[in-house]
Design a protein around this ligand. Structure first.
Ligand code: GLN
Length: 199
């Protein structure tokens, strides 16, 4: 598949994608296109030995129930505490907030753009080579409040929709469904940097 900005960057990285519910298969496809090995994560054992972790979009209520059922909350937090890079998209952003897994010092507002405007696309300037990112928002959250350590990367109508704190990056939108691979490529480069620093 030929996609703007895509490059094979991650031959040695093993990325876990939380696969209880949601669009984990789309993330898997992008990551594999970029050369990473992917493991679908359904139980705590699946988290062993990961170099990076993706929390996909989907339905945060259902995802929360799955995490409780499988006893995944503490093991997921441990991945974060170990300094493993994490990327969350849409419901994955919600899962990262203070009221869910607490991976980032922020609070997400679910379905924040209103019920009438369930879905829309926008071009976002995220400082990537190749120009703005075509971003698909699907019943998307925004970041309603955040602590001082959180860097806001982009906003729509004044509302924060992309952010970073330490090695956690969250996006309200779905780069995995618009053929946009640059944000995954950037994530994989961070994974490789962390890997190299750990050796
Ligand atoms: N609206 C969903 C929720 O609140 C998130 C939507 C998505 O991940 N596309 O969980």
């Amino acid at each position: 598949m030929e996609v703007a900005g895509a490059e094979r960057v991650a031959a040695s990285a093993l990325i876990g994608v939380l696969a209880l519910q949601g669009d984990f298969a789309a993330h898997r496809q992008v990551l594999e296109t970029l050369g990473a090995a992917v493991r679908e994560v359904r139980t705590p054992d699946d988290l062993d030995g990961l170099d990076g972790l993706v929390l996909p979009g989907g339905e945060s209520t259902t995802m929360t129930l799955g995490i409780e059922r499988e006893g995944l909350a503490e093991p997921l937090r441990a991945v974060h505490v170990a300094g493993t890079p994490i990327l969350g998209t849409c419901a994955g952003l919600i899962m990262a907030d203070r009221e869910h897994l607490g991976l980032m010092d922020m609070v997400a507002r679910r379905n924040a753009f209103g019920r009438q405007v369930h879905s829309f696309e926008a071009d976002l300037e995220l400082g990537l080579d190749g120009g703005p990112v075509r971003a698909a928002f699907i019943r998307a959250p925004w970041i309603a409040e955040h602590g001082p350590g959180v860097e806001i990367l982009a906003a729509v109508d004044g509302h924060a929709i992309a952010a970073r704190e330490g090695r956690v990056t969250v996006l309200s939108f779905h780069p995995e469904i618009t053929g946009e691979h640059r944000l995954h490529a950037r994530f994989l480069r961070e994974v490789l940097d962390v890997q190299a620093a750990r050796r």
